[in-house]
Design a protein around this ligand. Structure first.
Ligand SMILES: NC(=O)c1ccc[n+]([C@@H]2O[C@H](COP(=O)([O-])OP(=O)(O)OC[C@H]3O[C@@H](n4cnc5c(N)ncnc54)[C@H](OP(=O)(O)O)[C@@H]3O)[C@@H](O)[C@H]2O)c1
Length: 408
């Protein structure tokens, strides 16, 4: 007996949408074998073809692959309110309008799935929502933007500037023509808002996420840190802290034993920590049409199989912004006696303690590269402000966080 058809309305037929349409036709029988329903594309909407009302009428699952929030938000809301399950790969939509969309899905008794919105094909959403539904997660963190990870890997392996590495990423299709959201950290911030919401059952808005990007990173920062055994990543971190929640994105150096240190190129990797599980790490391709389409189809299969994700209770948690961090500090200084002592004096007065110092170059090329022990960020930034005014400094100091955590 042939499986009953499941009709899918497809909004968007770009990189992911067209890969999804191909995948549905290639994998229809396999999906039918595992879920009992054979997926079929009922209609397609793009700027040049299709009619949303007609697609809504003729489908039971709507897959949104348009991107952005307008008109995607309106279409997704209308689909949910009309009792259609929705699958989307759209992180901005979930990060900005998650509350409204989850409420609409709950009210209509339908599912809203978005595995492909975070970490591409890496099944992090499913693991947090389903496998770890009974686990009290303490921290979720990782590399959630493949474009910036490619750029940083390229800078580290070839010594090129940020601008040249970005150009290379664009040539290879790892960065969009307008890469702003990737390189300034906004894309990673949206993904961390989604992960924090799921892991901690708290409504987290994009505005709750503090973020920095990688545009100011210089090749020599990476080169000096390499000498100290450190590698640079753009990390997203969401963790319970002081009874509240801290969610942030920032470039940082990792020591070699860190599980995320070897993650290179356009890959993503997410770690989850909880007392009951110690830690788990998931990694894989962060983007790509076929990869993303595969995650989208996985969500469709889950819906067809009747696997309803557990939606955590939503208690607001206070957002904590004070942090404690270790820092790398790069100073271009005049090569004269007493310089190191004056810097050490400023750091000491602000109770910032130094872990290691490397002196490089002579004369007009003299530099000090220091790594601090972990301490309150407010103290470090106060010291930095004072150091920036010292008369022997030849350029603005550059500071980058260092993750000190030890892993077994
Ligand atoms: N590309 C990736 O590797 C990747 C990875 C993870 C997540 N995502 C997410 O997946 C989604 C789709 O990305 P994509 O790269 O496939 O985008 P894309 O290539 O730009 O395709 C967008 C599609 O949406 C259609 N569209 C745009 N505005 C529309 C409107 N007002 N009404 C109807 N259709 C409209 C376009 O129509 P036309 O064909 O007529 O132009 C196009 O078919 C985004 O949310 C993105 O963030 C993408």
């Amino acid at each position: 007996m042939s499986a009953e058809v499941a009709r899918i309305g497809l909004l968007g037929l770009g990189t992911v949408g067209s890969a999804f349409r191909d995948l549905v036709s290639q994998r229809a029988e396999a999906v039918a074998a595992s879920s009992g329903r054979r997926p079929e594309i009922a209609g397609v909407l793009r700027t040049t073809e299709g009619d949303f009302d007609h697609i809504l009428e003729t489908s039971e699952i709507v897959v949104e692959l348009i991107g952005g929030t307008d008109p995607a938000r309106d279409y997704v809301l209308r689909a949910l309110k009309a009792g259609r399950h929705v699958v989307t790969a759209n992180k901005q939509l979930i990060a900005q309008f998650g509350d409204e969309l989850f409420d609409a899905a709950r009210d209509a008794g339908v599912e809203l799935r978005f595995e492909a919105a975070v970490a591409g094909v890496v099944p992090v959403i499913r693991v947090i929502q389903e496998s770890l539904a009974a686990t009290e997660v303490s921290k979720v963190f990782g590399i959630v933007n493949g474009t910036t990870n490619f750029i940083l890997s390229e800078m580290a392996s070839t010594g090129v500037s940020f601008a040249d590495a970005l150009r290379r990423a664009q040539e290879l299709g790892y960065a969009e023509a307008d890469p702003t959201d990737d390189v300034d950290g906004a894309d990673a911030a949206a993904k961390m808002a989604i992960l924090a919401r799921l892991a901690f059952g708290a409504p987290v808005a994009l505005a709750d996420v503090t973020y920095e990007g990688i545009t100011e990173i210089q090749p020599d920062d990476i080169a000096y840190a390499k000498e100290l055994g450190l590698s640079l990543k753009l990390l997203g971190v969401a963790e319970r802290r002081d009874g509240g929640l801290s969610v942030r994105v920032f470039p940082c150096f990792l020591y070699p034993g860190h599980p995320l240190a070897p993650v290179e190129g356009p890959f993503n990797a997410v770690m989850v920590e909880a007392p009951a599980i110690t830690e788990i790490t998931m990694s894989g391709p962060g983007a790509g049409g076929v990869e993303t389409a595969s995650a989208v189809l996985g969500d469709v299969v889950s819906i067809l199989s009747g696997r309803t994700p557990v939606h955590a209770a939503r208690e607001p948690l206070e957002i904590v912004r004070d942090q404690s961090s270790s820092f790398y500090l790069h100073l271009e200084v005049a090569d004269r006696p007493g310089v190191l002592a004056r810097i050490a004096d400023v750091l000491g007065r602000n109770e910032v303690s130094v872990r290691s110092v490397v002196q490089r170059g002579l004369g007009d090329d003299a530099r000090l590269v220091m790594v601090m022990h972990e301490g309150p960020e407010t103290r470090f930034f106060a010291a930095l402000e004072q150091i920036a005014t010292l008369d022997f400094l030849r350029a603005q100091p550059r500071a980058i966080r260092v993750i000190e955590e030890e892993f077994v």
